[in-house]
Design a protein around this ligand. Structure first.
Ligand SMILES: Cc1ncc(COP(=O)(O)O)c(C=O)c1O
Length: 406
């Protein structure tokens, strides 16, 4: 199943390439909710994929100090401050057991930029990428911008939102070059067990595929679920593996815009050339903040993780009580991804609601609750609710959804 329709509105002022790209649905929902809040509307936003905590104080202090240092007022190496690249290599060995050299790290403007760079660097026109669905809304667009084709491999609530090797093998063809893998997942909150991560890595190895593995939620796992990294479990994949990561979700640093990609030196060198002609170095003050984050301990991270786990259980329990809503318990990240199929096809708030797109619209207008419709993630009938918001808002928001749907 193709996951990017490439539809282009006829407009010679804008290139066909860019005209075919859709706005980020998650950012759009968040912007709409924030605009309504600013206008005085009591909107509860489940749209944002960002922690509600402030960035830990020692990280902010490092940035404040960095502002006063003249060396940070200048251009710095495109690939990142050498001390940050070294700290990221060390942190990667500490957190996922994957040993890499600092020269294998490229510091980017957030993990989103690392995803963009990775596909620009790996894909030629016609190359195909297997994309387990539901998928984060940016992947298909980044693949399309690189001239690649993406093939969605669908998983449902019934299959625990995990794809199987059989499904991947059925979707693979002679043009398949890359598998995009993400666990814990945005939008489903699923965490693949280590045995399945290893099996997927071995399958990719056997067929000469690359894996782009997005590890941005590595520290946010709940209960018995554990994060595992493909190149750690299948070391032979290191030569065809690009790891995407960043400080945004782990350290409540979404606004600082620091991420990175790790890969074989030829790929990192090529991606650095690309970045040298697009954004150059990431802002030095933000890099110094990221250095304090990744080289510090994980104490503040544990506190935030515990809060997310508690809120995730609460959101899951409350959603599961709503007739017609089916929700798997989140295993990681900070999202619930319930199916609303049981409530669609009805008249709600005086309007026929047949899709989750329409449901999200009517919920925002009438119940003052923002959710992201599953259509944004290749999964109509579902919706994503972030539980990275305060406990009171969370209870208030789900209560409104329940009242509206009854
Ligand atoms: C799976 C995944 N990867 C990457 C990103 C981007 O992170 P950043 O804010 O570092 O660009 C996000 C943000 O929502 C995400 O959910």
């Amino acid at each position: 199943m193709a996951c990017h329709d490439g539809a282009v509105t006829q407009n010679s002022r804008v290139s066909r390439r860019i005209a075919s790209i859709a706005e980020s649905a998650t950012l759009a929902v968040d912007a709409k909710a924030k605009a309504l809040q600013a206008a005085g509307e009591p909107v509860v936003g489940f749209g944002a994929g960002e922690p509600d905590f402030p960035t830990p104080a020692h990280i902010v202090a490092a940035a404040v100090a960095a502002c006063a240092e003249v060396r940070n007022h200048r251009y710095s190496p495109t690939a990142g401050l050498p001390e940050l690249r070294a700290a990221i290599a060390e942190k990667t060995a500490r957190d996922s057991g994957y040993s890499v050299a600092p020269g294998q790290v490229l510091v980017t403007n957030g993990a989103k930029h690392a995803v963009y760079n990775a596909f620009q660097t790996l894909l030629d026109p016609g190359d195909e990428v297997l994309l387990p669905a539901p998928y984060w809304t940016t992947y298909p667009e980044a693949i399309a911008l690189a001239g690649g084709q993406c093939t969605a491999v669908p998983a449902t609530v019934a299959s625990g939102f995990r794809v199987t090797i059989d499904q991947l093998e059925t979707a693979r063809n002679a043009n398949t070059k890359v598998l995009l893998f993400v666990s814990p997942s945005n939008p489903t909150g699923v965490v693949y067990p280590p045995a399945e991560v290893e099996a997927i890595g071995r399958w990719a190895l056997e067929h000469g595929l690359w894996i782009v593995t997005d590890e941005i939620y590595e520290h946010l796992t709940f209960g018995d679920h554990v994060f595992s990294s493909v190149p750690t479990l299948v070391p032979e994949m290191a030569d065809r593996c690009v790891v995407v990561n960043g400080v945004a979700k782990t350290y409540a640093m979404t606004g600082w815009r620091v991420g990175w990609m790790i890969g074989p030196t030829d790929v990192i060198g090529a991606a650095t050339n690309l970045q040298s002609h697009s954004t150059s170095n990431v802002g030095n003050v933000a890099q110094r903040a990221a250095l304090a984050a990744v080289s510090g301990d994980l104490e503040a991270v544990a506190v935030m993780r515990d809060a997310f786990e508690r809120r995730g259980r609460k959101l899951h329990a409350m959603l599961s009580e709503i007739p017609g809503v089916v929700c798997t318990e989140p295993q990681g990240a900070f999202y619930c991804f319930p199916s609303f199929e049981g409530v669609l096809g009805r008249e709600l708030g005086g309007r026929a609601v047949g899709t989750t797109l329409e449901l999200a619209e009517v919920l925002l207008e009438q119940a003052k609750v923002a959710i992201v419709p599953g259509e944004a993630f290749g999964a109509p009938g579902y919706a994503r609710l972030s539980f990275a918001l305060g406990d009171d808002d969370l209870g208030l928001g789900v209560g409104r959804i329940a009242d509206f749907l009854s």
